[in-house]
Design a protein around this ligand. Structure first.
Ligand SMILES: C[S@@+](CC[C@H](N)C(=O)[O-])C[C@H]1O[C@@H](n2cnc3c(N)ncnc32)[C@H](O)[C@@H]1O
Length: 336
């Protein structure tokens, strides 16, 4: 039987997204944070050098392009992480425990989280993402396939804060944060997010997280600048998203995708570089981009395992297990 169980919207600045179709035991916590996109984006675009926070890469087109990136030969991250999950499934499942609440952070199409459903048999599956377009169909698909699990979607921007206290029940929880998405935050921001996760874990919860490792510069650069140009399209599409959010007139074709490994900072950087001089109307004034001027769109920090374990400990995690692939390209941690 299909039933409806709407959650109360939790704060005055939080607006409901409107009704959505509920399947068996799919409960609603959809919410949008107060719209702060416009000032944040304009501040970044008028800055020197200009920047766009990476969360804006994920509109409906960006989320679909990211799924395509995961299939690219150069993008070793997804398949290497998956190989670690396959090789160490039982050990990871023993560490993470069964029948818990499972929180998929930056869930996207939820395929990675869904892969753990058999091994971990979660009671509740909570998908957290900034992109409704990716998560909504994924949850509908999963709710239809797993009638014994309670599904919930939380649409929020956790670069501001990870406020899930009202969404979790008192049972133990496993947080899942795959794909080295933690690398999009600076180490200080990552520490802040990990600390918030640790608090939500309480005494009986844990975090299963996948993190990329520094390696050969050319392999790293190729992973973010593939031969067929999917990552370039993903990067340039951010300008379409910004045009829609801010009401400006960027021409994505007038920018070229640039990706490189910044070894001293241990991060891959993505930028958009103006191919010619151009003038973009922003909030009534004009922002001129000189030829060759760049907009910084993403960082992907890479961590040696000792360095990431140290970050986890600083965030308050005590017991940390780590699994790697044979080549040592990627690492998966379970931290309690
Ligand atoms: C690199 S993708 C990873 C998707 C999937 N978990 C995987 O590993 O393949 C990052 C995901 O995090 C979401 N995301 C990015 N920034 C976010 C933010 N600040 N708050 C919430 N979700 C965010 C994106 O919409 C996207 O689905």
């Amino acid at each position: 039987m299909t039933h409806w169980a709407a959650m109360p919207w939790r704060s005055p600045e939080v607006a409901p997204r409107g009704a959505f179709r509920l399947h068996n035991r799919l409960i609603g916590a959809w919410r949008q944070p107060a719209r702060t996109d416009r000032p944040e984006l304009i501040e970044g675009l008028v800055a020197q050098p200009a920047r766009i926070p990476p969360k804006y890469l994920y509109d409906a087109v960006g989320s679909a392009l990211f799924e395509a990136i995961c299939e690219l030969p150069e993008y070793y991250l997804t398949r290497t992480e998956r190989a670690i999950f396959v090789a160490h499934r039982d050990a990871i499942a023993a560490a993470a425990g069964r029948h818990r609440q499972f929180v998929d952070l930056g869930a996207g199409d939820c395929r990675k989280g869904e892969w753990w459903v058999d091994a971990l048999a979660p009671r509740r599956f909570i998908a957290v993402d900034i992109s409704t377009a990716a998560v909504e169909p994924a949850l509908a698909r999963m709710a239809a396939a797993h009638s014994d699990i309670e599904f919930m979607g939380v649409i929020t921007d956790f670069s501001r804060t990870l406020d899930l206290a009202g969404d979790l029940d008192s049972g133990p929880v496993t947080f899942f944060y795959p794909g080295s998405s933690i690398g999009n935050f600076t180490p200080d921001e990552a520490l802040e997010l990990l600390t918030q996760i640790r608090r939500l874990c309480g005494r009986r919860g844990g975090l299963l997280i996948g993190v990329d490792v520094p390696k050969d510069e050319q392999r790293l650069a190729a992973a973010y600048d593939d031969a067929v140009g999917v990552t370039a399209a993903f990067n340039r599409n951010v300008l379409n998203h910004v045009n829609a959010l801010v009401g400006c007139d960027f021409d994505p074709a007038a920018f070229r995708h640039v990706a490189f490994y910044n070894a001293p900072a241990s991060r891959v950087e993505m930028h958009l570089e103006a191919l010619r001089a151009q003038c973009v109307v922003l909030d009534g004034s004009e922002r001129v981009f000189a030829p060759g001027e760049r907009i910084h769109t993403e960082n992907s920090y890479k961590y040696e395992p000792q360095a990431f374990a140290a970050l986890l400990r600083r965030a308050g995690f005590a017991r940390i297990a780590v699994w790697r692939d044979e080549a040592g390209d990627f690492a998966v941690y379970y931290a309690e």
